[in-house]
Design a protein around this ligand. Structure first.
Ligand code: BTN
Length: 261
C-alpha cells in the first residue's frame, strides 16, 4: 500500500494552529489540498485537520468532496508491528472511528469492508490509509457532519449520510476530532501491545452480519458471502462451492455488496 507523492501536491497550506490532544500533536488548517498529503512528512502521533480540502482524495483515485462543515482529518500512526499489523491497521482504524461515533450517539452504524462507515446503507464516513514512508501510515478520515456533499456532486444525494441528521446536538469539529483521536490512540496502542486478535471480535461485530458480495480480484470475479475477517486481517469468503477462502486485502481490488435492494 506504498503511496507515491510524485504526481500530487498538498495544495495551499496556511500556517496551522498547533495543539496537544491526548498524546497527539494536532495541526489545524483553514484549507489544504489533502490532509493526507500534509501529514505525509510528519512523524507518528501527529494529526492534521483542515476546514476544507481543495483536492481531497478518496479510494481508487476518486475525488473526495471536502467542503466546510465536514471532518477532514489525517492521523500518522506507527506501523512497527510487522506485516499482520500493517494489514490489520485499516480495520483497527475503522473500529476506532465507529466506536467514537457510537459513543457520540450514532445508531444503526456498520462497516462495509474494508473501511466505509455506513448508516442505513448511506455512507457517513470514508477512510483512506496511505503509506508514504516506512514505519508510519497515514490514516485519512472523512466524516460528513454538517456539510452538503450532494451540493457539489448530485450523485451523492441518496448515497451519503451526515452527522447533523443523526445526532442532536451535532458535535463541533473540535470535539469530534478529539473523540476520534482518543479512540484511535487506544486502538493502535492495544494492537501494538496485544496484537490485532485482541480487537478481532469487536472488528467483526461491525460488518452487521454475513452479506452476499462480489470480489473483484483485479479482473477475476469471485461471488459468495462475506463472513468475517481473520486474525491476520484477511477477508474470509464463503464461496459458492461451500468452501471458506481467505483473501489478503491486497488481492481484492473492490468489493460490491450484492444483496441490497
Ligand atoms: C473513501 O474513498 O471512502 C476514502 C475517503 C477518505 C477521505 C479523507 S478526508 C481526510 C483525508 N484526506 C484526504 O485527502 N482523504 C482523506
Amino acid at each position: 500500500m506504498k503511496t507515491s507523492t510524485a504526481n500530487v501536491t498538498a495544495g495551499r497550506d496556511d500556517q496551522p494552529a498547533i495543539s496537544l490532544v491526548d498524546g497527539w500533536t494536532l495541526r489545524e488548517y483553514r484549507e489544504v489540498g489533502s490532509t493526507n498529503l500534509v501529514a505525509a512528512g510528519l512523524p507518528a502521533w501527529q494529526a492534521v485537520r483542515s476546514d476544507t480540502q481543495t483536492a481531497g482524495r478518496g479510494r481508487f483515485q476518486r475525488q473526495w468532496v471536502s467542503d466546510a462543515g465536514g471532518l477532514w482529518l489525517s492521523a500518522v500512526l506507527p506501523t512497527d508491528g510487522g506485516s499482520v499489523a500493517w494489514h490489520a491497521l485499516p480495520l483497527a482504524v475503522g473500529w476506532a472511528v465507529c466506536h467514537a461515533l457510537r459513543n457520540l450517539g450514532v445508531k444503526n452504524l456498520r462497516m462495509r469492508w474494508p473501511n466505509d462507515v455506513l448508516v442505513n446503507e448511506r455512507k457517513l464516513a470514508g477512510l483512506l490509509i496511505d503509506q508514504f514512508s516506512p514505519n508510519v501510515a497515514v490514516a485519512g478520515i472523512g466524516i460528513n457532519v454538517s456539510n452538503h456533499p450532494e451540493a457539489r456532486d448530485v450523485s451523492l444525494r441518496h448515497a451519503t449520510a451526515r452527522l447533523a441528521d443523526l445526532v442532536a446536538p451535532v458535535p463541533d469539529l473540535r470535539h469530534l476530532t478529539e473523540a476520534i483521536l482518543h479512540q484511535l490512540r487506544i486502538a493502535v496502542e492495544e494492537m501494538r501491545a496485544a496484537g490485532f486478535h485482541s480487537l478481532l471480535t469487536r472488528v467483526n461485530e461491525l460488518w452487521g452480519g454475513p452479506r452476499a458480495v462480489e470480489l473483484d480480484l483485479d479482473g477475476t470475479i469471485r461471488r459468495g458471502t462475506f463472513a468475517r475477517v481473520d486474525a491476520e486481517g484477511r477477508l474470509i469468503l464463503l464461496e459458492e462451492t461451500g468452501h471458506f477462502t481467505a483473501y489478503d486485502a491486497r488481492q481484492v481490488r473492490h468489493l460490491t455488496e450484492t444483496d441490497l435492494s
